[in-house]
Design a protein around this ligand. Structure first.
Ligand code: UDP
Ligand code: MG
Length: 322
């Protein structure tokens, strides 16, 4: 049930030193809005003591809910856990490393009130390493925009505001949190962006390196497929299957005419091989399409299985779920 105005979801993986500052900044900013709110910190299997820091913070902050995952699942599952446990009508996400500025929260809300379902932050003055972060990110942003059709400057910014209904409609896998705007777009959401602050990391270190680029590209391909064909695989595979089979079939008729009508030998003709190949691939493409349709239905209709397992949830000094 959505009983609060605002849920602020923060994935935490080894950010022990940042947490107290972060919680102060978020609380300050949220108090200003005058809305009812909760802060949901999802500890994604930290090993630097973040878990204890979070547990301790729940003793003094009644608005804080600490969700402790059993192990390190990654940023996307951590965020998904926070979403599922959230009770706000609006959900704000941001990083736990103080790189995003909680002071921007009221601006995001204001923009959301103008009738948007998703407001994304744009790190106009991004404070990260130029070669390993900014350049790949520039290319990725351009590519993502081209392929998904969502025009944003900065997909990688975690500081975003969503309407909760939108979040409920989206399923997250892999590292798809970066593509939430694209997924939201597939769900028909109204999306916009505003410039937000960005600071250099004060404590700890980034959890990602250049290897992320490859995973982003793979995720992008998935999104591309989802956007175009998820609910209609038969339109793609069936269409090509039919054309290819038809081509093979026509060649077959022509060859049959040569053989039976004109009495020519066709056994040594490359066209015969092509004809057989086309019919075979065509039938296969067609069957792929049918299988795709079946899988797609299972995907959409089967029971939803969470991509994470929660160990504990703490609130008001106590363990409220185990
Ligand atoms: N994070 C997480 N699980 C992970 C990796 C990262 O919950 O496996 C969190 C991390 O604590 C931070 C956010 O995701 O709050 C973004 O991570 P990071 O700051 O390292 O990414 P960057 O800003 O360098 O892109
Ligand atoms: Mg960061």
């Amino acid at each position: 049930m959505k009983t609060l105005d605002l849920s602020i979801v923060v994935p935490i993986y080894n950010e022990a030193e940042s947490i107290p500052y972060l919680l102060d900044a978020i609380s300050n900013s949220a108090e200003q809005t005058g809305l009812t709110y909760e802060i949901i910190c999802v500890d994604d299997g930290s090993i630097d003591g973040s878990t204890d820091v979070l547990k301790k913070e729940t003793q003094t902050r009644s608005s804080l809910k600490a969700i402790i995952l059993r192990r390190n699942y990654g940023q996307t599952p951590a965020m998904a856990a926070g979403f599922t446990e959230s009770q706000g009508k609006i959900i704000i996400t941001l990083d736990g490393d103080l790189q995003n500025d909680p002071a921007d929260i009221p601006l995001l809300l204001e923009k959301l009130e103008q009738g948007y379902d998703l407001v994304s932050g744009w790190r106009k003055n991004r404070q990260d390493d130029a070669i390993t972060r900014l350049l790949p990110s520039k290319i990725a942003n351009w590519l993502i925009g081209k392929i998904t059709g969502v025009k944003l400057h900065d997909y990688g910014c975690s500081l975003k505001a969503y309407r909760a209904e939108l979040i409920d409609d989206m399923n997250l896998y892999g590292e798809l949190h970066r593509f939430l705007p694209a997924l939201a777009y597939i769900e028909g959401a109204k999306i916009t962006e505003i410039p937000v602050n960005h600071h250099a990391r004060r404590f700890g270190q980034s959890k990602y390196g250049l290897g992320r680029t490859f995973r982003v590209i793979m995720d992008l391909l998935t999104i591309f497929f989802m956007k175009k064909f998820l609910t209609r695989p038969m339109h793609v595979f069936g269409f090509f299957g039919l054309i290819v089979t038809m081509l093979g079939f026509l060649m077959g008729i022509y060859l049959t005419f040569l053989k039976l009508g004109l009495g020519q030998s066709i056994g040594d003709r490359p066209l015969l091989i092509l004809c057989a190949l086309l019919i075979l691939t065509g039938v296969q493409l067609f069957s792929f399409g049918l299988l795709g349709e079946l899988l797609m239905r299972t995907y959409h209709e089967s029971q939803k299985r969470p991509i994470y397992r929660i160990r504990d949830i703490f609130q008001d000094q106590t363990l409220i779920r185990h």
